[in-house]
Design a protein around this ligand. Structure first.
Ligand code: 13P
Ligand code: SF4
Length: 301
């Protein structure tokens, strides 16, 4: 059942030939009006192939920028201008250029959680879904990996390459503690533990499965287990529960919320469609170079 406001958004969206792309960490009421609901990689692919005139991106700024870079002729809107990602702001293009000078033989892999000008000085972008494949396949034994130290250390387990790690992190995932996961396991000994690779490596060590948000959705759906302890943001837990009503999903410790993702509300989505708030504009040159590293990323599932 849709609320009046949800119905109005859907009507306006159709009138304007817009598409609403929604990340798994968005509020449930926004997840329900999505044309596509998914992880960073799925959303980037969807943005690249849409036929709509307007993309309303319900996520954070780097995701909307990615959509604009991949679909430069479309109007890309983000309903809240200050929905940024603190991890993306932990590295600048100048930092990357400095690292490249220090390690001229290395190739740069950047998490898609970066600003557009960082992508423009990156060889290949990646998401948590395809980071291991990207690093494995890139033509270099030495990799500068930015900005997430935790994702870098997860990737390092699978590749025999030297990885130079930047000290960035996600404040939502890095907060999930070993003690919380151990306590949750004690309380639910039959539950499987699913952990996002943005978590600390000691937390990942406790997992039955480490994966992106879309990996968690696939895994929980296919598993014949009934209980799951989830090490990621609340929005994904709500989606898992909605789509698997016969199973139980618990947060690993206290509920973890990305305040930045939650800035977008149904009201701001409506205003975005009605008034055209807020248009993503990026310099052509930045987009041209960033598109190269993003298109490289899209070769990997
Ligand atoms: P994924 O949905 O790609 O796993 O990303 C997690 C995240 O933190 C996005 O900001
Ligand atoms: Fe950034 Fe973490 Fe929020 Fe994702 S969950 S948008 S990485 S702060």
């Amino acid at each position: 059942m849709m609320t009046e406001l949800q119905k109005k958004i859907v009507e306006l969206k159709e009138e304007k030939n817009a598409v609403i792309l929604v990340h798994n960490y968005q509020r449930s009421e926004i997840q329900k009006i999505a044309d596509y609901l998914g992880d960073s990689l799925g959303l980037a692919k969807e943005a690249a192939k849409t036929n709509a005139d307007i993309i309303v991106f319900c996520g954070v700024m780097f995701m909307a920028e990615t959509a604009k870079i991949l679909s430069p002729d479309k109007t890309v809107l983000i309903p809240e201008q200050d929905a940024g990602c603190p991890m993306a702001d932990m590295i600048t293009a100048e930092d990357v250029i400095k690292l490249k000078k220090q390690h001229p033989e290395a190739k740069v892999v950047s998490y898609v959680n970066t600003n557009a000008d960082v992508k423009a000085v990156t060889d290949v972008c990646c998401t948590s879904s395809n980071a291991v494949e990207v690093v494995k396949n890139i033509d270099s034994k030495k990799i500068i990996f930015t900005p997430d130290k935790n994702l870098a250390s997860w990737v390092q387990r699978f590749v025999n390459k030297e990885i130079i790690v930047w000290n960035g992190f996600c404040y939502v995932h890095d907060r999930i503690s070993v003690e919380e996961v151990i306590q949750a396991k004690k309380e639910m000994p039959d539950a499987l533990v699913l952990i996002h690779p943005e978590c600390d490596k000691k937390v990942a060590d406790l997992a039955d499965r480490v994966g992106s948000t879309s990996d968690m959705i696939r895994f929980a759906k296919e598993s014949d287990k009934k209980q799951f302890i989830i090490g990621t943001e609340l929005g994904l837990i709500e989606r898992l529960q909605r789509e698997n009503p016969s199973k139980e999903f618990y947060s690993a410790g206290t509920v973890k919320i990305c305040q930045n993702m939650k800035k977008i509300t149904l009201e701001s989505v409506y205003n975005s469609l009605y008034y055209g708030n807020y248009k993503i504009n990026l310099p052509e040159k930045t987009m041209k170079f960033a598109r190269k590293s993003l298109n490289e990323m899209l070769k990997y599932d």
